[in-house]
Design a protein around this ligand. Structure first.
Ligand code: NCD
Length: 306
């Protein structure tokens, strides 16, 4: 594997390899000194053209735990704010001798473009509404960890599917691993051509809750003009929010997931966020070991499993 741009780049065997490496790196992360020398001498550039907390910090932690050097770039403190083009920015970072670039951008397709321009490995850390493959991997890993397997699980993806790169990557990964997926959203927040997706669609949240293994909430992406598509956030919560009353209808052991950041009280009630089967922090924790596994596989180092 040279790049990770889309879940389509991964076979089921590749995903299983990422999960078993991640098991190992989870153990590494629990050591008093959570570090292995696997990527010593390699440099990973974090190229975040769009804001991020979890994804950027966990890629950074992952690279450092593998002993790679990390170069961090952010738009507001770089020459991009002076108008430097994407192509020149990529050429500049390549010239400094990076081995991998982790790219997030508000436009779909930018990581693919970066991969075409440079000869280093590129990881898509979220491009527009398109994909976010490492998020899908860490979500599958979290379900596998909690429920034993992703296969045959019924996963409800709830909310702003239209603007969600996470939903696009997760649907591909969940279906590849043989889960059944139901999208639940207001009609205005469903993606175009949803009938071509390998999923069921429902407008009745209450009727699917008792019958699912996972409710995966998505953030209402207000920065992508979602509000024009909704009467109000209050009405959104009344009809589509995971309120305490709705969470009480979930089966025993059903998980509540969300990629973060959460609009507290909009997609999920604060009380529901604190329940033991709400696994947002586990998703974040697994994000580090999954990203260690991905960087390890891409940079092809030897000796990680020491
Ligand atoms: C998501 C993203 O940026 O795509 N967050 C994440 O990476 N954990 C989802 C979101 O912003 O709603």
């Amino acid at each position: 594997m040279r790049h990770l741009l889309s879940v389509d780049d991964l076979s089921v065997q590749d995903m299983e390899r990422v999960f078993s490496l991640s098991d190992h790196f989870t153990e590494v992360s629990q050591r008093p000194i959570p570090k292995v020398p696997a990527l010593r001498g390699k440099t990973v550039a974090m190229m975040f053209f769009e804001d991020s907390t979890r994804t950027r910090l966990s890629f950074e932690a992952a690279a450092r735990r593998l002993s790679a050097d990390v170069m961090c770039f952010s738009v507001s403190t770089s020459a991009v704010s002076k108008g430097e083009s994407l192509r020149d920015t990529v050429a500049t970072l390549s010239a400094m001798g990076t081995h991998a670039m982790v790219v997030r951008h508000r436009s779909a397709g930018v990581p693919q473009q970066v991969a075409a321009w440079s000869d280093v490995s590129v990881v898509n850390a979220g491009d527009g509404w398109h994909e976010h493959p490492t998020q899908a991997l860490l979500d599958c890993y979290t379900i596998r960890d909690r429920l034993g397997t992703v296969a045959d699980r019924h996963i409800v993806i709830l909310g702003d599917v239209k603007h969600s790169r996470v939903a696009r990557s997760c649907v591909k990964a969940f279906v590849a691993l043989d889960a059944k997926v139901t999208l639940v959203a207001p009609a205005t927040l469903l993606p175009p051509a949803v009938e071509t997706w390998p999923v069921d669609v429902s407008f009745e949240l209450d009727s699917v809750l008792s019958d699912c293994d996972v409710v995966y909430g998505l953030r209402v992406q207000t920065e992508r003009q979602t509000q024009a598509l909704l009467p109000s956030l209050r009405e959104y919560t009344a009809q589509w929010g995971l309120t305490v009353q709705r969470a009480n209808c979930l089966g025993v052991g059903a998980l509540v997931m969300h990629p973060g950041p959460v609009n507290r009280g909009v997609e999920i009630a604060p009380e529901v966020l604190d329940r033991p089967n709400t696994v947002l922090n586990e998703q974040v924790r697994h994000g580090v070991s999954i990203r260690m596994a991905v960087l390890y596989l891409l940079l092809g180092a030897e000796g990680a499993e020491s």
